[in-house]
Design a protein around this ligand. Structure first.
Ligand code: FAD
Length: 485
């Protein structure tokens, strides 16, 4: 399936090259994972179950557990499976000298859901797989409830913990149950509540992070405030995040779902979303409008319009504000899933598990809101439109993304491609890049191009950190001075 979305997004390479602070090519990556593995064996012992070596069934299982084969095809010498922040600290102290000398690369993996090649795994290096750091603590205080979530948790587990508590609690997290917590809180992160609550990272109260020194520190608005700011959008360039504390909010049911329709109606959907964004009547909507090519729709020409729209306040009736998107006619009624739903249901509907047999590529850019650019993007290919709020980006001295309220509202243009034959890589990626370039030129000519690239939806030749602006890049480089990250 090939889908073009207009959306806020980005890409990250393996841990140390993620933010363009260090940008080696994959071909020149150092190959001394074996020495690093030796150092880890000395530190932890040869039979320690935190060390998983190539050639074992467990390694095969773990290394196959990525969203995209672009990442599971990479083979680290060893996978490190920490259970505590002390494990992570010991690991970092052990590999730091080798990484610092540029002899080996490490990668950090949360949920493995980011498709960017080499962002979460590394050939012949060492990959830290955080899945065993799975603790969640709910902390009620007099006025609010906060959540402490360890770095290996996926958002679906967070929603499962909140729902049975019967407290009517929500949290700004991933829109898919299988998305990892780590990737999203560090990249910015888009949630069902982004129009109302900003990026996922704008809802972070504090981080626990292991620095290059092996020191475990807290980063919040009062302690290591620069680190706190940089981590909220700067990705994996500052350390290994081991725990995040999030704010929660009162949240009842949501109304929304998916609706499919013939692509002829797509231009009217562009007009509808632009109109809603230009004169927002509520911050409770979350709107994604796409046009996609999929084999599933071959009988109808293969191209289909797809609206994934949500109203995030409880409502007894289908909300009027969604009608331009839910009532589009004609549509494939049998596929319409609009309904009242819980946060888990909503995230379940958008869940894509790691299957180890799919090749996935995301690429993105951003434009100012306006029908002309967006329609020309959809004319160029398949498009989806998405809305989010920048109001919260200035909270707590802003985040590391370099975006502020004065930039908004903007649209993210996201190209998503899923395919299974490696022989098609050149064709699919070449076509995707060419489409994105055409949209970029078109938007640039209209004066509607925004430099920002979103980390989670970028391909690995996109300069994410550079797109945050030179001042912000310099700030992130200063905070990331620690050596190995
Ligand atoms: C079906 C689907 C739905 C999606 N929905 C959304 C969505 O709703 N909103 C959105 O914004 N994106 C979404 N994405 C994109 C995806 O959620 C992001 O790419 C996210 O980064 C994945 O998180 P993860 O922990 O699984 O990341 P991984 O793939 O494990 O890692 C992503 C990056 O984060 C780094 N990282 C992860 N954990 C840590 C840590 N603890 N410390 C340091 N670095 C770390 C990794 O090194 C890597 O560079 C979706 C993707 C898919 C496939």
């Amino acid at each position: 399936m090939l889908r073009l979305l207009l959306f806020l997004a980005s890409i990250v390479l393996a841990a140390q090259y993620a933010a363009g602070l260090v940008t080696p090519s994959l071909a020149s990556a150092p190959r001394d994972g074996i020495t690093a593995a030796g150092a880890l064996v000395q530190a932890f012992g040869a039979h320690d179950d935190r060390l998983v070596f190539q050639g074992t069934p467990q390694y095969k299982k773990l290394n196959g557990d990525y969203l995209s084969t672009f990442n599971s095809e990479l083979e680290p010498v060893l996978i490190f499976l920490p259970s505590t922040s002390a494990d992570v600290a010991k690991f970092v102290k052990c590999v730091q000298p080798l990484v610092g000398l540029g002899l080996v690369y490490i990668a950090v993996r949360g949920g493995g859901q980011q498709p960017t090649p080499a962002c979460n795994n590394v050939a012949q290096g060492v990959t830290v797989d955080l899945r065993n750091m799975a603790g969640i603590t709910v902390n009620p205080t007099a006025n609010s409830v906060t959540l402490e979530v360890e770095a290996g948790v996926r958002w679906g587990t967070v929603y499962q913990i909140l729902q049975p508590l019967g407290l009517g609690l929500g949290v700004a997290g991933g829109r898919s149950n299988t998305n990892g917590v780590g990737g999203l809180v560090l990249s910015g992160g888009l949630s069902f509540f982004s129009s109302r609550d900003g990026f996922i990272t704008d809802n972070v109260i504090s981080f626990e992070v292991v620095l290059a020194s092996g020191q475990v520190v807290t980063a919040d608005p009062w302690t290591n405030a620069d680190l706190y700011k940089a981590m909220r959008g700067g990705g994996n360039n500052f350390g290994i995040m081991t725990k995040v504390t999030m704010r929660t909010f009162q949240q009842g049911s949501l109304y929304g779902g998916s609706g499919f329709y013939p692509p002829q109606s797509f231009p009217s959907q562009v007009d509808a979303i632009v109109s809603e964004l230009n004169s927002p009547t509520t911050s409770e909507t979350h709107l994604m409008v796409s046009v996609a090519y999929s084999k599933r729709f071959e009988a109808f020409g293969g191209t289909v319009g797809l609206n994934q729209v949500y109203y995030t306040a409880p409502t007894a009736e289908p909300p009027q504000i969604l009608e331009p998107f839910t009532d589009v006619q004609p549509q494939f009624d049998v596929l319409n899933s609009m309904r009242n739903m819980t946060l888990i249901d909503a995230a379940n509907e958008l869940t894509t598990p790691n299957t180890n047999d799919q090749r996935v590529a995301y690429m993105n850019l951003h434009v100012k809101m306006g029908s002309a650019t967006l329609k020309s993007a959809s004319d160029i290919y398949l498009a989806a439109l998405y809305r989010f709020s920048l109001r919260k980006t200035s909270n707590n001295d802003g985040n590391g993304l370099g975006l502020g309220p004065s930039n908004g509202p903007i649209m993210s243009v996201l190209l998503v491609a899923w395919w299974d034959n490696p022989g098609d890589d050149g064709l699919v990626l070449g076509t995707g890049k060419s489409i994105l370039e055409q949209i970029r030129s078109e938007a640039s000519a209209r004066g509607t191009l925004i430099p920002f690239i979103y980390m989670d939806y970028a391909f690995n030749d996109q300069d994410v950190i550079g797109s945050y602006g030179s001042g912000n890049k310099k700030f992130l480089q200063t905070v990331s001075k620690s050596g190995i990250f």
